[in-house]
Design a binder for this molecule. Structure first.
Ligand code: HAM
Length: 429
């Protein structure tokens, strides 16, 4: 009888060390930029009660839930996004938390999606959120952080764009043209560019819009400038929403991010809880799926049974981001690179262990990474290992040219041989 070998579940990834190195580069960059903007890190459980999502996140995401009954007959779902968990955390300590505050997290998320380029069933997502203020400068802070982050990854302005829209503006326009229930219309608008003009018109007709209303809406969503929008909307609310966007752009321009943002009213977002500004980040030419998406959600805590606490934030997935960085050749080498390899001509393992330990603790900052053979082997084999592990310097514990307190060593980057004490070797690094 043949036994089949275990298979990787569809839409998931294994992270062998080379892949994990890239992954950690992404996480380290996310964390360091988030911290440079003074966001604090938080975490939550990987699964929640199913009802945290149903009715609040929006149909699409609910249809993609990994949910099950646990042994206590409770309905549980693996988290498909972080925002409801964040809202739960906020509600639980609504009084104690000093607002506004800025938090970030890098959760592992699960969505039962059709696995395809840019979309997996298990992925990581940087979340940055600001809770407790309705100020548009919270949006400005988040967008500045996104642009800083993408620049830090090596992307240039013009290679990505943060497209900005406003549900408030859309809602007032829907009202102006007398369209029915926006909650029914948003999910259709979100799919506008994906489904094509005919299917779009049909879906809107099904939601109760007339042909004239569909045409007006389509024109509105194609607007490219604030000036153009001003010719189409006239209500007080719409004017206020537009002034907010103008202030946002002016602030970002003053801070040097003007090239990174643009008005894009075709962005609606699929999630149900957004109430104000919504935004999505795309590569130039939108050839890939969104790198990140987010928006303002001022009534989510209320919908979940707490008091009303405004919030705004975004999620940036690791999958599209890594694809984009790979396309621009911006990912670091996935190869291991240790600082020292400790070798011995006589296979003196006690001396090897002792010296390795001394080198590890010789750093005043991050400990040096030190490798060595784990069994007796010829010098040629040890050098092979040193090469494979990307050692910068090979230290020989028993080289005949070294006197007491010194070592023969080889700089693998130049091939040069030296003799010197530990201080000299460390300096050479
Ligand atoms: P989202 O648009 O559902 O928003 O996801 C944000 C980003 O996560 C996407 O732009 C994409 O990069 C990544 N992403 C989503 N689904 C997948 C998938 N199946 N595979 C790989 N990457 C994926 C949210 O999740 C909101 N909770 C974001 C947010 C935070 N809004 C406010 N705060």
């Amino acid at each position: 009888m043949s036994i089949s070998i275990p298979q990787l579940p569809k839409g998931t990834r294994d992270f062998y060390p080379e892949a994990e190195r890239i992954q950690n580069y992404i996480f380290d960059t996310w964390r360091s930029v988030a911290e440079s903007f003074a966001y604090e890190e938080y975490e939550g459980p990987m699964f929640e009660h199913l009802e945290l999502y149903t009715g609040k996140s929006g149909e699409e995401i609910v249809s993609q839930l990994y949910n099950f009954k646990d042994k206590g007959d409770r309905e549980i779902a693996l988290r498909p996004e972080m925002t409801p968990t964040l809202a739960r955390l906020v509600i639980q300590k609504a009084r104690e938390l000093k607002k506004p505050f800025k938090w970030f997290s890098m959760p592992r998320l699960f969505r039962y999606e059709k696995a395809q380029k840019g979309r997996l069933r298990e992925f990581f997502q940087l979340n940055m959120d600001i809770i407790g203020t309705e100020s548009i400068y919270a949006e400005a802070d988040l967008m500045a952080a996104i642009a800083t982050m993408l620049r830090k990854f090596g992307l240039k302005d013009g290679e990505f764009a943060i497209g900005v829209s406003s549900r408030k503006l859309l809602a007032t326009y829907l009202e102006e043209i007398g369209a029915p229930n926006p909650a029914l219309v948003y999910p259709v608008l979100d799919r506008r560019l994906k489904i094509g003009p005919e299917a779009f018109a049909k879906a809107l007709a099904d939601a109760g819009l007339s042909e004239d209303q569909v045409k007006k809406l389509d024109d509105f969503m194609s607007c490219k400038s604030i000036e153009e929008v001003k010719t189409k909307v006239h209500s007080e609310n719409a004017t206020a929403a537009l002034a907010e966007i103008e202030d946002l752009f002016a602030t970002l321009t003053a801070a040097g991010y003007g090239e990174c943002v643009n008005l894009d009213l075709s962005i609606v977002r699929g999630l149900a809880y957004y109430t104000g500004i919504v935004f999505e980040v795309f590569d130039k030419g939108k050839s890939m799926r969104a790198i990140a998406g987010g928006g303002r959600y001022d009534s989510l805590t209320e919908k979940l049974g707490g008091e009303r606490i405004p919030g705004v934030g975004f999620g940036m997935g690791d999958v599209v981001l890594a694809d984009l960085l790979a396309e621009h050749n911006l990912l670091p080498s996935p190869k291991q690179s240790v600082d020292f390899y400790i070798a011995s001509f006589t296979n003196d393992m006690k001396k090897v262990f002792e010296t390795a330990q001394a080198f590890r603790s010789a750093s005043t900052g991050k400990p040096f990474s030190v490798a060595h053979p784990l069994s007796a082997m010829k010098m040629g084999k040890q050098l092979d290992q040193a090469n494979y592990q990307g050692a910068k310097i090979v230290v020989y514990v028993d080289g005949s040219k070294a006197s007491a307190g010194e070592f023969e060593y080889k700089d693998m980057r130049t091939g040069e041989m030296f003799v010197g004490n530990m201080d000299a070797i460390v300096k050479r690094l």
